[in-house]
Design a protein around this ligand. Structure first.
Ligand code: NI
Length: 133
């Protein structure tokens, strides 16, 4: 049995890498390399899997919500992903890398009986990234 819980956060970012020149960054990332950055309303889906406990649940919802709020939302909501999130330091702030960062944030303090099996982040209505764990 799996449960997917949905969360939302807003954050800004700019796609850029020190490995490339300003011109190469602009060519590679296009408008996402805009020096002033831009924002997204991200949708985060966290999926857990496990047997049903005596309460008839996979996981206590409050415990899962608290974990996501403390470990992820407190770190990324209304933040600049390029400068305010240590877990992304030195990485291009693509949603691919953000999904791995979210996985690390969660597993660092994971004490729930259910297993974390997927982190999915929608960056826009068109693009959703899914990390199977
Ligand atoms: Ni963007």
């Amino acid at each position: 049995m799996q449960l997917t819980s949905r969360y939302r956060f807003a954050a800004s970012h700019r796609l850029t890498t020190d490995a490339l020149s300003p011109e190469e960054n602009a060519r590679l990332y296009g408008k996402c390399n805009n020096p002033h950055g831009h924002g997204h309303d991200y949708v985060l889906d966290v999926t857990v899997e496990g047997p049903i406990d005596q309460a008839g649940q996979i996981v206590n919802r409050d415990a899962l919500n608290a974990l996501v709020a403390n470990q992820v939302l407190a770190r990324v909501d209304h933040r600049d992903l390029n400068s305010e999130v240590p877990e992304l330091a030195g990485r291009v702030t693509t949603t691919e890398n953000l999904a791995y960062a979210v996985e690390r944030m969660l597993t660092a303090r994971w004490t729930l009986p259910a297993k974390l099996v997927r982190v999915r982040i929608a960056e826009t209505a068109r693009n959703t990234f899914e990390l199977k764990i």
